[in-house]
Structures are given as C-alpha cells and as structure tokens.
Design a protein around this ligand. Structure first.
Ligand SMILES: C[S@@+](CC[C@H](N)C(=O)[O-])C[C@H]1O[C@@H](n2cnc3c(N)ncnc32)[C@H](O)[C@@H]1O
Length: 218
C-alpha cells in the first residue's frame, strides 16, 4: 500500500492509500477501511452496491446517506438520478472524496453528527436512507438508541425503506441484542437480513409503516 495522504480529524486520523498491485484506492479512518474504489473510481464494496440496488429498486428519489466516507454510495445513487443528501462528521470527507474517489463536486455533504442531523431534519423529507456510520469496532451510540431510530422513522416518508450496513463487529456481536431492541423500539420491526458480502458486511433492510397502516394504528 502506498499512503497518498494523512488528514488528522478531531475523532482520529483519516488516510488515503493506493494498492500497488492494481491501483485501487482506499479511504481509511484509524486504519479501518471505509470506502474502496478501483483505479477508475468504481466502487469495490459489494455491500454498498447491494444497498444502492435496494434503494433504487424501491424507486427512492430523495435519499439520505448517513456516513459519507469516500462517497461511494452517494456517488452511485447520484449517478442513477437520485437527489442525495449525505452526512459525515469529518470535514475532510467531501474534499477527499472529490480528489481521490471521483465524487461529483455537486454532491451535498453536510458536516454533522448523524444523530444530530436526523433529530433536526424535517419529518417525511426522504423516501430512502442508507445508514453507514460505523467506522470502527465500536458500535455507534446512536445505533443502540431507540430515539435515534424513532427519528430515522420520522424523517422517512411512510412505507419507505432504510438500509443499514451491518459490520462484522455488529452482526451477532456483543451489541447485537441491544441493537435489535433499539431498532424495534424505534418502529422497525420487520427486517430482512442479507448474506455476508465477502468483506464482512451484511445489509439490513427495513421500512416504516405505510400511510394506511400508520393511520390504522394511530
Ligand atoms: C463506513 S464509512 C461510510 C462509507 C460510505 N457510505 C461509502 O459508501 O463510501 C463511515 C463514515 O461515517 C462517518 N461517521 C462516523 N461516526 C459518525 C457520526 N456519529 N456522525 C456522522 N458521521 C460519522 C465517518 O467519518 C466515516 O467517514
């Protein structure tokens, strides 16, 4: 690996590396790979492709991505014609994604904590969401909080999908039961879980109640 750049942030070091053998480029936070693209800038993470496919199949057209990193998911969704808002707490993510990962400069990337963003976002303002802000072995606090998932559900339009990247650390790890409980308390009871994509990641897909069902239960 050739290190192309180091960028210190308040929550750890971000670096960009290139693989000698094929020119693939990685976005790392504290040594953990967050995004990887090939020498032409194409996404190499199969779980990201899968998450994008689910959202596009659902015809989501205004999508919130929590955890921008090198911007692979946001770029793919944008290229498919969706209007995308992305959130990342690291201010270096957008400039690095443009420089090294071919993210289009027109992408809207808000520098914020993901939970703080959804807590103040307008109700029913997105029709799809990709939640991908676990950057290390530590489960994000928000993933274990019912109020975070309630806020996610409020921000999504009724009946719309959200996809969560389940890392190897989270899936059946020490926080798995608490994560599932918080998700349920937040209103996401029916979930579909994918197989493992070869990089340790799975995707979890769930939706908010449809308009008619939410009217029935309210
Ligand atoms: C796995 S990467 C996202 C990869 C990205 N979805 C992609 O498709 O390339 C996780 C990102 O979440 C960000 N992050 C971690 N904790 C966060 C938080 N509490 N709020 C917002 N962003 C956060 C990190 O800075 C990192 O860039």
């Amino acid at each position: 690996m050739i290190k192309l750049l180091d960028a210190p942030t308040s929550t750890g070091e971000v670096s960009v590396t290139m693989r000698r053998s094929d020119g693939a480029v990685g976005y790392l936070k504290g040594e953990v790979l967050q995004t990887m693209v090939d020498a032409r800038g194409r996404n190499l993470a199969a779980h990201v492709d899968a998450a994008v496919d689910v959202l596009l199949q659902e015809a989501a057209s205004r999508i919130l991505v929590l955890g921008f990193g090198g911007g692979a998911a946001s770029t793919l969704l944008h290229q498919a014609g969706a209007s995308v808002v992305s959130v990342d707490r690291d201010p270096c993510a957008k400039p690095l994604a443009e420089l090294f990962f071919r993210a289009p400069p027109c992408l809207e990337v808000v520098v914020s904590d993901a939970a703080a963003y959804v807590a103040r976002a307008m109700a029913a303002s997105f029709d799809g969401m990709f939640i991908d802000f676990q950057e290390s072995s530590a489960t994000p606090e928000a993933y274990l909080s019912a109020s975070f998932w309630r806020a996610v559900s409020r921000v999504l339009k009724p009946g719309c999908m959200m996809v969560v990247n389940l890392t190897d650390w989270l899936y059946e790890g020490r926080d798995w039961a608490d994560f599932r409980r918080a998700l349920g308390q937040g209103g996401f009871d029916a979930v579909a879980l994918s197989h493992e994509y070869g990089d340790g990641n799975r995707i979890l897909v769930s939706s908010t109640l449809s308009q008619s069902v939410s009217e029935l239960v309210s």
